[in-house]
Design a protein around this ligand. Structure first.
Ligand SMILES: [Zn+2]
Length: 361
């Protein structure tokens, strides 16, 4: 799923290519993609692009008359910039937006049809798409800590929850947690002040480094190689490969649509997280699907909701990968993850410490 660095660079390039240009034509190629009836694509055609913004993981294009195009790429959705009038590719094409300067093609390389397009009249209508996640790059440690501990979750789950944090998904949460040397399954309620400071810094540094890297790669072109799997990543998509810091084989846990990749030596004191306590924890802590997580919303002022028990299903815990260069002192033999999981299992969720702040426009 394109995350903050990918979406930020899409937005920057779209802004450069389309602001001030008339949107000549909207071509809808898939019956699944357009999720709204009014305004219609015909009504928006001819309007001039005034703004391109990021709203969490969504891309928002504003045109004259206070009308908005909301694009959510979900997992397999991508955008491409082609010469004006380029055809929409048959199998993966969802639609196209034609400008005098070129054509924006919207594709989804998946039969699941999760990517979406909404046309909205009035900026107020955008509130429906704002999950309210905190943009970590501009947040103080205090705001970050309040948000992180406002609900009791594993830290991996908290980082990827769009109602808590903005623009972080499976890939960058793996990279952030590796940089912070934190277990993905550490409970937010059990984190020390120092761990929270370290995590805050790791979020900012990781997202900024990747945004700059993509920006440099794309230059004045268009991001057409957006992928969650990049050779420069430390642990995400690197199951079985050596950790770039210590050489230990990267481990992986897969549950429903979610995946955590981690280095046992750097992040879990050598423990492999693969036991029944972990399976139980995942069932309690993780939504069943990415859509469920992406669509999650919590009205302002309400108390955090306790995690819903998921239907009975065993977490698929990946078989441990063989250590590429196992360190002698800290073996990778499986040990119970219980101390981390169960230490404060009886705690109730802490009161929400931070009111929903209006997003700066
Ligand atoms: Zn390591």
């Amino acid at each position: 799923m394109p995350e903050l660095p990918d979406v930020a660079v899409y937005v920057e390039r779209l802004r450069a290519l389309t602001v001030g240009q008339p949107l000549e034509k909207i071509r809808i190629a898939s019956v699944f993609v357009l999720r709204t009836f009014a305004p219609s694509p015909r009504e928006i055609e001819g309007a001039t692009v005034e703004a391109v913004e990021r709203l969490g993981k969504r891309i928002v294009i504003g045109v004259t008359g206070d009308r908005w195009i909301v694009i959510h790429l979900m997992i397999a959705g991508r955008l491409r910039w082609k010469p004006r009038g380029a055809p929409v590719p048959g199998k993966v094409g969802l639609g196209a937006f034609d400008f005098p300067t070129g054509t924006l093609i919207f594709t989804e390389a998946s039969p699941k049809k999760r990517a979406s397009l909404h046309l909205v009249a009035g900026r107020a209508g955008l509130a429906e798409f704002d999950r309210g996640g905190l943009d970590v790059s501009g947040a103080s440690v205090g705001d970050f800590a309040a948000r992180l501990t406002s609900e009791r979750h594993t830290v991996k789950r908290a980082l990827t929850d769009p109602t808590l944090f903005d623009g972080i998904g499976n890939a960058y949460s793996d990279e952030i947690l590796h940089a912070a040397k934190l277990s993905p399954f550490r409970m937010t309620s059990a984190m020390t002040a120092q761990e929270i400071v370290t995590l805050h810094r790791a979020c900012i540094d990781t997202l900024e480094t990747w945004t700059q890297r993509m920006r440099a790669e794309v230059g004045d072109g268009f991001p057409d190689k957006v992928t969650a799997f990049r050779p420069e990543m430390a642990v995400h998509g690197k199951y079985g490969q050596p950790c770039p810091v210590c050489g230990t084989a990267v481990q992986r846990i897969v549950y429903a649509d979610n995946e955590a990749n981690y280095c046992p030596t750097c992040q879990t004191e050598g423990r492999l997280l693969a036991d029944r306590a972990l399976s139980r924890l995942l069932k309690e802590d993780w939504p069943r699907s990415l859509e469920e997580l992406e669509d999650r919303r919590r009205p302002a002022g309400t108390a955090p909701t306790p995690a819903k028990p998921a239907p009975a299903e065993t977490a698929k815990v990946a078989k441990p990968a063989k250590a590429a260069k196992a360190p002698k002192s800290r073996g990778t033999r499986a040990e119970p993850a219980v101390p981390e999981v169960g230490a404060d299992a009886g705690n109730t969720a802490p009161a929400r410490g931070l009111g929903r702040k209006p997003r700066p426009r």
